[in-house]
Design a protein around this ligand. Structure first.
Ligand code: FAD
Length: 349
């Protein structure tokens, strides 16, 4: 039995994998060990055996809110959950596993007639991280849509799957309880109260979407590939359904906004800092006032279009990005008296 686990672990753990391919920044050196479990059982095996080996581990989703190190620590295991993608749709409830892209939820909503997740259309990243970060777009945030979350507590020797209700998750602006606990989110129940009469649940469309995603082989951390996948899935869905599905204006508006702001043609992790309005303006507006837009260092640049984005313009290293992060932090501190909190999770080894 135990031997089976070691065998599975060895099969799932790849060696010397470039983290840059699993990062929307396109940044990161070679991980000594790398795994993409497809099921909770595979994840538990990886966690059990890596604990027995005493390995350092980090769990992530699609790498669209993380800056990986240029030189990952030797012997460290990187675990991406982006292959854990299952959906069960009942009338008023969805059960979703954590690796599902947030953007896919908007399409599942379109298929089943629920507008609840329109706001996640073309939002990079996975559901698990969306819960961890309480990802938001304008007034809507993931934490408000969740009924309960399933997780594994790394401090629990049994590594059993536990459940927590949304009202216990301490969701607030870009905050959740998961940021303060050694917990790995494996899935969530979502309550879907709003069903439109005209739309008909269509499991064929959902499984086609999932199969197409699985066939992308974990390559959608690349923002251009991500955009081309989801925009063409949306168009394909409309073509197959002919006139029965119309893309809601809210989703078209998101597409216009994100493409106009070059979200999918630059390498980035989206906004680098959390907004706190301590100086009565967004971080992007403060960066603009300080004249820092367009400032470059190494291969990195503060976006000329959006002051809160630091881009990988030309084979930037993590060190280049961090230099510009410090440039922004120092300037804001000197002028406005506070240090902005990064939203991007910086892995320093
Ligand atoms: C172009 C662009 C636009 C963006 N726009 C928005 C936006 O409008 N709104 C917004 O909120 N964000 C936005 N983001 C940021 C990003 O989309 C979200 O933060 C998303 O939730 C990250 O998902 P991910 O799977 O890539 O997370 P990752 O980068 O893989 O991980 C982020 C953090 O979550 C933790 N984590 C990941 N999965 C789990 C899990 N299953 N259990 C426990 N911890 C986990 C990781 O350890 C890490 O600390 C944008 C990013 C980009 C590149």
């Amino acid at each position: 039995m135990m031997n089976d686990r070691y065998e599975l672990f060895n099969k799932l753990c790849l060696r010397h994998i470039s983290l840059s391919e699993h990062s929307s920044y396109g940044i990161g050196g070679n991980a000594d060990y790398f795994a993409m479990p497809a099921t909770v059982e595979q994840l538990v095996t990886i966690l059990e055996v890596s604990a027995l080996y005493g390995m350092d581990r980090v769990v992530f989703g699609m790498g669209s809110n993380m800056l990986f190190p240029d030189q990952p620590k030797q012997g460290k295991l990187y675990i991406s959950l982006k292959n854990m993608t299952d959906i069960t749709v009942n009338d008023s409830r969805w059960f979703l596993t954590s690796g599902l892209p947030l953007s896919m939820l908007s399409l599942v909503g379109l298929i089943t007639g629920s507008p609840a997740f329109q706001f996640t259309y073309l939002m990079p990243g996975s559901l698990g991280a969306g819960i961890y970060m309480n990802a938001k777009y304008y007034k809507e945030q993931v934490g408000d849509k969740v009924e309960s979350v399933y997780y594994i507590d790394l401090a629990d020797p049994a590594l059993a799957v536990q459940q927590i209700r949304a009202d216990e998750c301490e969701f607030a602006y870009k905050q959740s309880i998961f940021q303060h606990k050694p917990w790995i989110i494996v899935g969530a129940d979502i309550r879907i109260p709003e069903h439109e009469e005209a739309a008909i649940a269509h499991n064929g469309d959902i499984s086609r979407l999932l199969t197409n995603y699985k066939n992308s082989n974990g390559k959608l951390s690349s923002l251009s590939a991500f955009y081309s996948f989801f925009s063409s899935e949306l168009r394909g869905l409309q073509d197959r359904r002919m006139t029965r599905i119309e893309t809601p204006e809210a989703m078209l508006e998101i597409e216009r906004y994100r493409t106009a702001n070059r979200h999918f043609t630059s390498l980035s992790c989206g906004s680098f800092f959390k907004n706190n309005y301590a100086a009565d303006a967004s971080i992007g507006a403060l960066v603009e006032r300080l004249g820092l837009k367009g400032v470059a260092y190494g291969g990195a640049i503060i976006s000329p279009y959006h002051g809160n984005m630091i881009l990988n313009a030309a084979q930037a290293t993590a060190a280049d990005i961090l230099y510009l992060k410090d440039t922004v932090s120092d300037a804001i501190y000197r002028q406005y008296g506070f240090i902005p909190e990064p939203e991007v999770v910086v892995l320093t080894e």
